[in-house]
Design a protein around this ligand. Structure first.
Ligand code: FE2
Ligand code: FE2
Length: 171
């Protein structure tokens, strides 16, 4: 059994996770249009992971006898002039999601909702990883600057990223 107030906010988070996925897919296209397929691969994996995140909240509601409400997704806006711009935006986006997860956690605590707190513990760790990963790519990109050979090497490296299974460390 899940309280209506809690359920509403979890439904909003389902939307936020799928919206994140939509944004990553738009970035995948941005890179692939520029023949940076390794970065595109990295973004496609993010897209898949965000859908898995959305589904964790979806399953959570259903397992507790609640009702899932799927909401509209917005068209993602990609206004990037450079690869650095993209990763600045990715980092800012993940920081925004972290804030949302933390306020969901506060709400779950106030409402005495223990199962949701347990689920959110996983998300709190996941957000640390998401920010860490975006930040480390961003820092390296800043070092690379306009060196296209170095950018090409990073692209090759990101091409090797494969989808992880739950509980595995990300690269
Ligand atoms: Fe997510
Ligand atoms: Fe994410």
């Amino acid at each position: 059994m899940i309280e209506k107030k809690v359920q509403d906010q979890v439904n909003d988070q389902i939307q936020a996770e799928f919206q994140s996925g939509w944004l990553y897919l738009a970035y995948a296209a941005w890179f692939e249009e520029r023949d940076l397929d390794g970065f595109g691969n990295w973004m496609r994996i993010q897209w898949q992971e965000e859908q898995e995140h959305g589904m964790k909240f979806y399953d959570h509601i259903l397992r507790r006898g609640g009702e899932v409400e799927l909401k509209d997704l917005e068209k993602p806006t990609v206004e990037a002039e450079s690869v650095v711009d993209v990763f600045e935006a990715v980092l800012a986006h993940e920081q925004y999601i972290t804030k949302r997860i933390h306020s969901l956690y506060d709400m779950a605590r106030e409402e005495g909702d223990y199962p949701l707190q347990t689920l959110l513990n996983w998300f709190i760790d996941e957000q640390v990883e998401e920010e860490e990963m975006a930040e480390s790519i961003l820092e390296r990109l800043k070092m690379v600057a306009d060196d296209s050979a170095a950018l090409y090497m990073m692209d090759q490296e990101l091409a090797a990223r494969s989808p992880q299974k739950d509980g595995e460390e990300q690269q």
